[in-house]
Design a binder for this molecule. Structure first.
Ligand code: GAL
Length: 457
């Protein structure tokens, strides 16, 4: 094969997928999402997660599929509400099951990355105010300590918290997820508590195992000005970028939160609590300021939404308000994290799509940008596709438009079928390269785009 016929990745690069407990395990009757599902009103067609992918009973069958497809790592999460269903009750059997799962991964030479918090809280924690109440921090610490003591001999890669800013904005600013609030001061308190909880978890993990590698998964969005020639649109894009992408990371790397117009808030022991950083990258939005609406909003009774967030109709995009698919944004997001000076992982990247064709192209185009990033010296160590298999997609429930799996799941029968995208990804993982053969077989229309020009390889 000629040099230009493949984009090779560094030796030892980790290829895998990501899942989270509530989305795959099933029967999570002790967490706040389950409670919201029971109550109704928040989820697509009032669906309930129910058995999900039944991982509590059959994860190992899917671990076999990962191994067959050449995956070398998997990111999964531990369910706090299973380990500690009540304040004074620790379920050691549940902890044993996680030990078993993680051994199952190791037996198949799949490196586990373990997330300690992926959106869900035990109901009893939610009832005490959840992340908005600072008392959650010592509670979270106790849970982390239990889990890490039990799993540290098998786990090196720890991810403390998944997408803290998404949790805060969906749950406490937009009211779309539990706890279903639209309360800015609550959201602010929760964000600060999440940063503190990350720091506490970091130190707790290191007190138990000084070889541990601790990081977190940060959702990164590309915010572009809607009108390239309007300075106000640029300003809005910069503001969104700062708030959604960087405030939290600044807090945990510098140990202080600085919000425009407010006094700095110290985050105890947070400074330098990252050994790696994970990027969850999905979409781009165009943003800007609508002057007419802004003026209207100054006139009582005539209010208008003056901050615009949208997409270009002619650009490939996801369902609803998902945003645009923009492969170059993966490169840009990774690049923007270089300032934190730690190794990077892509901890999630995927596409909501009922059809698999777009997923194959999404995958190849994004992995090509990942390759470009590595060529340019970005220290990316691994890539976790979201997701291994179709699963319960939060407020979208089992909406067929929000299928993310490399493996299709029939939720009636629990049958699995590896999609073409799963085979594509398997070939890339096994070759540790995007080869011209793989592209020719699964997405021939991309051949000239990827291999036609003078690409480095
Ligand atoms: C992420 C989240 C995952 C998954 C994915 C697809 O924000 O961490 O749990 O739902 O989005 O929407």
């Amino acid at each position: 094969m000629q040099a230009t016929d493949a984009f090779h990745f560094p030796r030892g690069f980790l290829w895998g997928t990501a899942t989270s407990s509530h989305q795959v395990e099933g029967q999570q009757a002790n967490n706040d999402w389950w409670a919201a599902e029971e109550q109704g009103g928040m989820i697509y067609k009032n669906q309930r997660s129910g058995p999900a992918c039944d991982w509590w009973n059959r994860a190992e069958e899917d671990f076999d599929r990962m191994a067959d497809l050449g995956h070398r790592t998997h990111r999964l999460s531990i369910e706090w509400s299973s380990i500690q269903p009540k304040p004074d009750r620790w379920d050691l059997g549940a902890l044993d099951r996680y030990v078993e799962m993680i051994s199952g991964l190791r037996e198949r030479d799949i490196e586990p990355m373990v997330t300690l918090h992926h959106f869900t809280n035990p109901i009893w924690v939610a009832e005490r105010g959840g992340w908005a109440n600072e008392n959650i921090i010592p509670l979270f610490q106790k849970y982390v300590e239990r889990v890490v003591r039990r799993l540290s001999d098998q786990v090196t890669l720890w991810c403390t918290i998944n997408e803290p800013m998404v949790l805060v904005s969906q749950g406490m600013m937009l009211g779309l997820w539990p706890p279903g609030k639209r309360d800015f001061s609550m959201a602010r308190r929760a964000a600060i508590n999440l940063a503190r909880a990350h720091a506490v978890a970091y130190h707790t993990i290191h007190d138990i195992d000084d070889r541990a590698q601790v990081g977190l998964a940060k959702h990164m969005v590309v915010w572009n000005p809607d009108h390239i020639w309007l300075p106000t649109d640029h300003l809005v894009a910069r503001l969104f970028n700062f708030i959604s992408n960087h405030i939290f990371l600044r807090a945990i790397t510098q140990g202080v939160v600085r919000l425009p117009g407010t006094r700095p808030i110290r985050i105890d022991r947070a400074r330098g609590t990252l050994e790696w950083l994970g990027v969850n990258y999905y979409q781009r939005y165009r943003v800007g300021l609508r002057m007419r609406q802004m003026l209207q909003s100054l006139i009582p009774g005539l209010s208008g939404e003056f901050l615009y967030r949208g997409t270009r109709p002619d650009h490939p995009q996801g369902p609803g308000t998902w945003g645009e698919f923009h492969p170059r944004g993966l490169y840009e997001s990774l690049g923007s994290l270089m300032r934190y000076g730690v190794p990077l992982y892509v901890t999630e990247n995927g596409i909501p799509s009922q059809d698999d064709g777009p997923r194959v192209r999404f995958l190849i185009n994004h992995l090509h940008q990942l390759w470009n990033a590595i060529q340019d010296g970005f220290p990316v160590q691994g890539y976790y596709h979201w997701s291994l298999l179709d699963n319960f997609e939060w407020a979208e429930g089992y909406n067929p438009l929000y299928r993310f799996g490399l493996i299709e799941v029939d939720f009636e029968t629990q049958q699995r079928r590896v999609r073409e995208s799963g085979q594509t990804y398997g070939q890339i993982a096994q070759a540790n390269a995007i080869t011209r053969d793989t592209v020719g077989r699964f997405a021939p229309d991309l051949d000239s785009h990827l291999f036609g020009g003078n690409h480095r390889s």
